[in-house]
Design a protein around this ligand. Structure first.
Ligand code: 9MR
Length: 631
């Protein structure tokens, strides 16, 4: 049922007629606003009334007459007026009033108002580390023993391995979510998102300290944290270049601390989805780590190339969840979008024409675009192309940019009648809605990077504010931050430890009006943004996950970095390194044995990608990707 205009009007009229019954209230970012940034709050039942902002000494800093109320369909709310108090540009703590009545929470304004949440959202990844103890020095009261050494992981038959008693060592990495699984597809997009956060804001992140064990080394902390997961991802590559889909137990663990979850772990499946994804991430990693750790950077690019070769040769192998496995499946990703993303990344750092030629065989058009997620990597490819216009051909760079701007403009159009100033629509409120919201924010930041048009940054701030409290439940969805943060996320360590408050810095999946778990009775299609249950039993509204925290970190981290440095990413920046992908000696496979050759490289011949070997006299021989000589 839609809220009719008549009811909306009646509510507004009665609000004016009987103010005592409809006390004004307000929803706001509960953490903080940037001194020179956009500042908005949603004030309920106050249209036409004065909202007075007082500083900590009670002096009036600003008075704004609340504008007409506007319906925001996901809130099921017809009485919210969006009050903009950006004019306050002096740091401090303020309070809003309507008449004598306080509305909302204390308003914090500071130049570094978002630094704490940026660090918090990144520190979450430290708390998710597998295979290591978290000592008090870094984890405070959330200190815990090491869990999941993952040094003796068995092969599941779905990997194609036949010696099922053999084990591999695959330590480190981040736990995916509230469970203790490690899944390449989801790890890939999360890792890539964090690498982009660094890539786009290097000046800000190079010195930002996260208080992690590596904080005293020469590498920026954010890159140290990301490397913890890259190190694990590298171990998931089989000797033939293919990448295992996931590393989990056969069934989810019960609600115990990591060190108590000791069932046998397996590497499961080996298919193209994880392999393309892995290659894309390793390609970007090879560039980012090059100035800090050349050897590691080389390792990443060789791994990327081996994965690429395997995936080309196995492009019809899809992951299928084995019948004896019940952990997250991460199946049915739109595989060709991952392939496009990988081709863009490999081309970007190598300039190898055959990669661009392959990429251009796929459609670059608005019709195929969908918001980035673990299932759909199309926009990651568009981001890569559009933010590197000097590397990609002009026409495709222009098209990629127009796709991003068109999507961003679509989000902004939902602000036209929206008393919360939040560019989200009902359909966004499904499993992981805060991840969807954060990814929209990430896309809006890209639109800002590409145009420097403030409207995109403002819309991104609207999404961040929503997650931090400008929502109809008056909740900060980020644990440990804000006046009224969520308290009971579906997160095994937070449930099993003895600390009342959950591990900080985690965003909840968020409202999901189609939930089928214990939050089902909260489903409300007429107020989708209220379909939420702060109870750890609810994995469909209250789980946490690395692929939701990563775009949230990108969002808040970019907004803070842009404010702190006074600039955003310059799209004329070239990669700091240039790899000749096709001329790097193959690390693995049959061809390794052919050590006499002068050089070996991938080439496109007709429709096929082949390996060209050139001996010292310049004679060439060609092999297919399985190592069979063509002629
Ligand atoms: O984020 C995933 C969501 O898109 C799917 O609809 C859902 C059901 O398959 O799974 C979510 O991912 C979960 C994964 O399968 C296991 N770890 C926890 C993830 C977050 O809930």
């Amino acid at each position: 049922m839609k809220i009719s205009k008549t009811i909306a009007k009646a509510l507004t009229i009665s609000a004016i007629a009987t103010p005592a019954l409809f006390a004004a209230t307000a929803f706001q970012n509960q953490v903080g606003y940037l001194t020179n940034g956009l500042k908005q709050m949603a004030v309920i039942d106050a249209a036409g009334k004065d909202v007075v902002f007082k500083d900590s000494e009670g002096n009036v800093a600003l008075t704004i007459t609340a504008p007409e109320a506007e319906t925001w369909i996901p809130a099921g709310d017809t009485a919210a007026s969006l009050v903009d108090f950006s004019e306050i540009k002096t740091a401090g703590t303020y309070q809003a009033y309507v008449g004598d009545e306080k509305i909302g929470h204390p308003i914090v304004i500071a130049d570094d108002a978002l630094e704490g949440v940026t660090k918090g959202a990144l520190k979450f990844f430290y708390f998710q580390r597998a295979s290591t103890e978290l000592p008090e020095e870094f984890a405070g009261k959330y200190a815990r023993a090491a869990g999941h050494p993952d040094t003796a992981v068995k092969y599941h038959a779905s990997t194609g391995h036949t010696d099922l008693d053999a084990t591999i060592s695959s330590p480190k990495g981040w736990y995916d979510a509230g469970d203790y699984g490690k899944y390449v597809v989801n790890s890939g997009i999360s890792t890539y998102t964090l690498l982009q956060l660094y890539q786009h804001n290097k000046d800000y992140f190079k010195d930002l300290k996260l208080n992690i064990p590596e904080s005293n080394n020469e590498i920026p902390d954010i890159l140290d944290e990301i490397k913890w997961n890259l190190d694990w991802m590298l171990t998931m590559q089989d000797t033939d270049g293919g990448v295992f889909h996931k590393l989990t137990t056969k069934q989810f663990a019960s609600n115990v601390m990591p060190e108590k979850a000791t069932s046998q772990r397996y590497v499961i499946g080996k298919a193209q989805e994880a392999t393309w994804n892995f290659a894309a991430v390793m390609a970007l990693a090879s560039e980012i780590y090059q100035p800090y750790d050349e050897e590691f950077a080389k390792k990443c690019i060789v791994a990327a190339e081996a994965a690429y070769r395997w995936a080309i040769a196995n492009s019809t192998t899809y992951f299928v969840q084995p019948s004896d496995v019940g952990t997250g499946s991460y199946t049915s990703a739109v595989e060709w979008t991952t392939r496009m993303w990988m081709l863009a990344e490999m081309y970007r750092i190598s300039g190898e024409q055959h990669l661009l030629d392959s990429l251009k065989k796929w459609p670059i058009t608005r019709k195929k675009a969908a918001l980035q997620s673990w299932q759909h990597n199309y926009m990651l490819c568009m981001f890569s192309i559009a933010t590197n216009p000097d590397i990609f051909e002009k026409d495709i760079a222009d098209t990629a940019k127009s796709i991003i701007l068109d999507m961003a403009d679509g989000y902004i159009s939902s602000l036209d009648t929206n008393g919360y100033g939040v560019p989200l629509v009902k359909e966004d409120f499904m499993w992981g809605s805060n991840g969807i919201a954060s990814n929209k924010g990430m896309l809006l930041i890209h639109a800002y990077i590409l145009t420097k048009d403030e409207k995109y940054l403002s819309a991104a701030i609207g999404i961040m504010d929503y997650i931090l409290g400008r929502n109809p439940l008056d909740l900060s969805y980020l644990t440990g931050f804000g006046v009224n943060p969520i308290m009971n996320p579906h997160h095994r360590p937070s449930r099993a430890d003895t600390v009342v408050a959950p591990v900080p810095g985690m965003i909840a999946g968020g409202p999901n009006y189609k939930s089928t778990d214990c939050s089902k009775s909260y489903n409300n299609p007429n107020a989708a943004a209220k379909s939420y249950y702060d109870n750890s039993c609810s994995y469909a509204t209250n789980e946490v996950a690395i692929n939701w925290n990563a775009p949230f970190a990108y969002l808040v981290g970019s907004i803070q970095a842009i404010a702190a440095t006074g600039k955003s990413y310059d799209v004329t920046t070239k990669p700091e390194t240039h790899y000749q992908i096709a001329s790097i000696p193959f690390a693995k496979g049959n061809l390794r044995k052919a050590s006499f050759q002068e050089s070996q490289r991938l080439v496109v011949r007709g429709q096929a990608i082949q390996v060209e070997l050139k001996d010292r006299s310049g004679n060439k021989r060609y092999f297919n990707l399985k190592g069979k000589q063509i002629h």
